[in-house]
Design a protein around this ligand. Structure first.
Ligand SMILES: [Ca+2]
Ligand SMILES: [Ca+2]
Length: 200
């Protein structure tokens, strides 16, 4: 994308290929860097930068905010250090409470570098299992669903029955089960096919 500041919520980017920025390539926005692309509870995996860097996300000429996301198993022709996030300029990825393969030490807190334990990644099922290190490892700071970001027709309205606090997950299930999970899907009892042991 060129010259924009989109917000992605509960999005799954997988098995995409591009020259640079296999999952998403972001190029330029405003010079003050205040408004920039934001990724909340997104999962990016198996994307490939086939002739460059940033297998998951490549951000050029702009900052990027990444919160409660999983960036795992992406590749770049420039090598593993460029496989997930890359920028060639003096731009910042503000990464918080996310699982980044290879680790992320440049900024932010709450980040991990651990196999997210997808339920069935080989068959593109990117729910996480009970034992996933991403479960309850996000942060419950998410925008209210004023704009119906999950497209279920329900928004947060004061006094509304069943009004939503925050958007549901990609499967249109409750997002905040205990602490918010990293990734596009919140873990729910029964997701592992074993009843989940009643934990949440
Ligand atoms: Ca949770
Ligand atoms: Ca909604």
């Amino acid at each position: 994308m060129f010259d924009g500041a989109p917000e992605f919520h509960n999005c799954l980017f997988y098995s995409n290929k591009a020259f640079d920025g296999g999952g998403v390539f972001i190029d330029w926005h405003d010079d003050n860097q205040i408004n920039h692309a934001k990724f909340y509870n997104c999962t990016l995996t198996k994307n490939s930068a086939v002739h460059g860097a940033g297998g998951a996300i490549n951000y050029q000429g702009t900052n990027a905010t990444i919160k409660n996301c999983i960036l795992w198993g992406d590749t770049a022709s420039y090598g593993s250090v460029y496989a997930e996030l890359n920028s060639s300029g003096a731009y910042i990825a503000l990464v918080r409470y996310s699982d980044i393969q290879g680790g992320w030490t440049a900024s932010g807190t709450g980040n991990i570098n651990a196999d997210p334990l997808f339920k069935d990644g080989l068959n593109d099922n990117y729910h996480v299992v009970n034992a996933s290190p991403c479960r309850n490892a996000g942060v419950n700071e998410l925008p209210q669903d004023v704009g119906d970001l999950d497209w279920d027709g329900i928004t947060v309205t004061v006094g509304q029955v069943n009004g939503e606090d925050i958007p549901k997950d990609l499967a249109l299930l409750a997002r905040k089960v205990s602490t918010v999970d990293m990734g596009a899907y919140e873990w729910h009892v029964g997701d592992d096919g074993i009843g989940g042991g009643g934990q949440n």
